[in-house]
Design a protein around this ligand. Sequence first.
Ligand code: UDP
Length: 488
Amino acid sequence: MEATLSPKPHFVVIPWPTSSHIIPIVDIGCLLALHGAAVTILTTPASAQLVQSRVDRVGAQGDSAGIEVAVILYPSVEAGLPEGCERLDHVPSPDLVPSFFDATTRFGDAVARHCRLMASPRRPSCVIAGMCNTWASGIARELGVPCYIFQGFSAFALLCCEYLHTHKPHEAVASPDELFDVPVLPPFECKFARRQLPLQFLPSCSIDAESLQELREFELAVDGIVVNSFEELEHDSAARLAAATGKTVLAVGPVSLCHAPALDVSDDATRCMAWLDAKKAKSVLYVSFGSAGRMPPAQLMELGMALVSCPWPVLWVIKGADALPDDVKMWLQENTDADGLADSQCLAVRGWAPQVPILSHPAVAGFMTHCGWGSTLESVAAGVPMAAWPFTAEQFLNEKLIVNVLGIGVSVGVTKPTEGVLTGGSGGAKVEVGMEQVKSALEKLMDGGAEGEDRIRKVQELKAKAKAALENGGSSCMNLDKLVQSVV
Ligand code: UDP
């Protein structure tokens, strides 16, 4: 008699549609496939190429066979968005953000219809959903399978958020500047001002109360939390998060290490790498504020003046450069290398930089970052110390982890969120960080004497632990196995 092979466990991965979430959650899908699972990644036409290109890179390692990329139409126009606007970072104006949430809710109906039709042997055994896909827990319940959430935050930031939800210390302060304790990781002291907290804890927030409630209900409804991190990194934040939430918490990263750093063939990518190749080892400062982060023009000028006058070659990624006032554009043209001359001191990149290959290039010595968790972890995985310039969301929490808990970075000393982070703010927005303050943080980062050496030693140790976490027997490797086995 022929033995019946039981089908592989099948994970349905549903990214929250914004670039910096799609990247790591697709990598989680790739890692699950490398651990023997079947994986379907649900995406939309405008993101299909981004998703497929990451899946294909796993194929180069010999195992993309288990991954299917299913494209479902995204109802942009029906929700009042421009045609093809299928990612939050592509929404042209903040007024349209509610329409984007509306489109994503409608997309959830299409996802549910798609999942109902998935038959054996690819019947779903588990759903992993991005942070705002609140309908995903309902789909999982209907299918009778567990649902995991992927928020893209560090375990430490999620732990802080859980504390804030439960104890509400931010509601007891007299002003948004008053510091209060978030004692989640003793003996480290973690103090924040209310204005430095993620959006849902601010006194007024661009997301309405009903949507915030829905997001929280989704967090409470899921069976577990998948984190792009590794257990050795954030002290015992993941275990404490599990205890605080009563949910399974699995750290499975750094997911960027699931591929060898690969370059797209864009002009920006080629120019960045050629420019870096011409620089001395450990000489370059890399400056980037995530997939979409912008600062007001006056603040950008202070940063720019510090960057062009510092003694290190600088690779500076600028988002929204087309929307800058003409005088700032002119200044950039005259003071940075827009054309990629190999011997220039400051290369300004206005498009999409190949961040993971940049961070692992031997010329790079330091990273000025907005402390987005993807960037932070990529820097750790490459062993590069950081200068922390948080903009918004949970980035002030990550700064605390980088600077005070892990000792692998210096603080630029930003105290409040950046105005108009997706739009560049109003022309009149004030400068918070002057040129001298930026220079002093950069000196500490790039030339920090014994303290600088100590930061480098610590981040190099974490780099080795990051790699080991994903190898056979490593903590992230075992957590991936645990996840796959839990749904067999
Ligand atoms: N990224 C990139 N090139 C860019 C800008 C960003 O490759 O020019 C990638 C970066 O490597 C990271 C993600 O985009 O994977 C940014 O994620 P993060 O969580 O740091 O910040 P967010 O964009 O969510 O603010």
